[in-house]
Design a protein. Structure first.
Ligand SMILES: C[S@@+](CC[C@H](N)C(=O)[O-])C[C@H]1O[C@@H](n2cnc3c(N)ncnc32)[C@H](O)[C@@H]1O
Ligand SMILES: [Zn+2]
Length: 311
């Protein structure tokens, strides 16, 4: 299968990321390698790119796509939250910029067999990294009703979470839930018909929630940001593209915390906590795709890019 993914906010993110053409950069989410290719084109012969992805199929395709640049490129199978370890293993101390374009790639969504999509009947999987253990099937069949309800409510922002969790547990007492089709049916039965008539596909929120849980998506971002900032050279950039409000809130809050870490009460005349700012936020408001981009690639609609610079 051809690995095809339309890169989102491509120009804006690479322009913000690469401030030094002979620097060392990290693309923490190589995916279809669109951003990686643009970064490599922007660098001169002194520059280097470390590309990370937890999906081996993405890395394999990236190797082919980026073959003209193989002297300046290192591709690594890992999670971007392991950035420090990845750099250490490769004898690199500091880098000049890190890009994360978080979320699923089009091939992950479109390859029915991977179980990300509620539009195709497939095994309940949803792992970005197919070498990791936890699958959607495991979560759906073994987590308690309470845990399921919490996941669906918090990660899916689904108001019918409690009912959906209860319907899942009732069904699995009779039959093991092993396909996306079974899960879609359960969700449809759990959400009252009147609430299903409008809005997106009734399974959209629950599928997003389970996917986030399978891949620990929010924890990955929370853990990654301070580590990224630690490994940046002075003036180094961190650029993060997110696709839903839960992710964007984490990026926004973590950037704020690192830009303004003083924990002293406001009435203190001077700072005594001695927490020093580590970054300067370059995007007060996130950068959004323009109308042309949204028209050409509807998946870009919810994208937001935030950029910060290491002090
Ligand atoms: C939206 S795609 C990236 C697309 C890419 N920027 C492009 O231009 O083609 C996201 C990719 O990040 C990977 N990914 C998501 N979370 C990850 C994590 N925590 N660590 C490593 N890779 C991750 C996914 O496997 C997927 O391939
Ligand atoms: Zn203070």
């Amino acid at each position: 299968m051809e690995f095809y993914h339309v890169s989102v906010l491509l120009k804006q993110s690479v322009e913000n990321l690469v401030w030094k053409q002979d620097g060392i950069y990290v693309d923490g989410t190589v995916g279809g390698a669109g951003h990686s290719l643009e970064i490599l084109k922007t660098l001169n012969s002194g520059g280097k790119l470390i590309g990370i992805d937890r999906d081996l199929t993405a890395l394999k395709a990236a190797q082919e796509k980026l073959k003209n640049y193989k002297d300046r490129l290192l591709l690594i199978h890992s999670n971007f939250s392991n950035l420090k370890q990845v750099l250490e293993d490769n004898g690199i101390k500091k880098v000049d910029g890190v890009l994360l374009d978080i979320g699923v790639s089009s091939p992950q969504l479109d390859d029915a067999e991977r179980g990300f999509s509620y539009n195709n009947d497939a095994p309940l999987d949803m792992r970005m990294d197919m070498t990791s253990e936890l699958t959607a099937k495991e979560i759906i069949n073994t987590y308690s009703e309470n845990e399921l309800s919490k996941i669906i409510y918090e990660y899916g922002e689904e108001r019918w979470a409690k009912r959906i969790a209860s319907f899942i547990v009732k069904e699995r007492e009779k039959n093991k839930i092993i396909t996306t089709g079974q899960l879609v049916e359960i969700i449809k039965n759990a959400i009252p018909a009147s609430a299903r008539r409008e809005g997106p596909h009734p399974a959209k929120r629950t599928f997003q929630a389970i996917r986030i849980a399978v891949n620990r998506e929010l924890d990955e971002i929370t853990e990654a940001i301070p580590n990224i900032v630690d490994v940046l050279n002075p003036n180094g950039r961190v650029c993060i593209i997110t696709f839903h409000s839960l992710e964007d809130r984490i990026v926004k809050d973590e950037f704020k915390r690192l830009a303004n870490p003083c924990t002293c009460p406001p009435e203190f005349p001077v700072c005594i906590c001695n927490n020093k700012p580590e970054i300067n936020i370059l995007t007060r408001k996130p950068i959004l795709p323009d109308e042309d981009e949204i028209r050409e690639n509807p998946r870009s609609r919810s994208a937001k890019l935030r950029v910060a610079q290491k002090l």
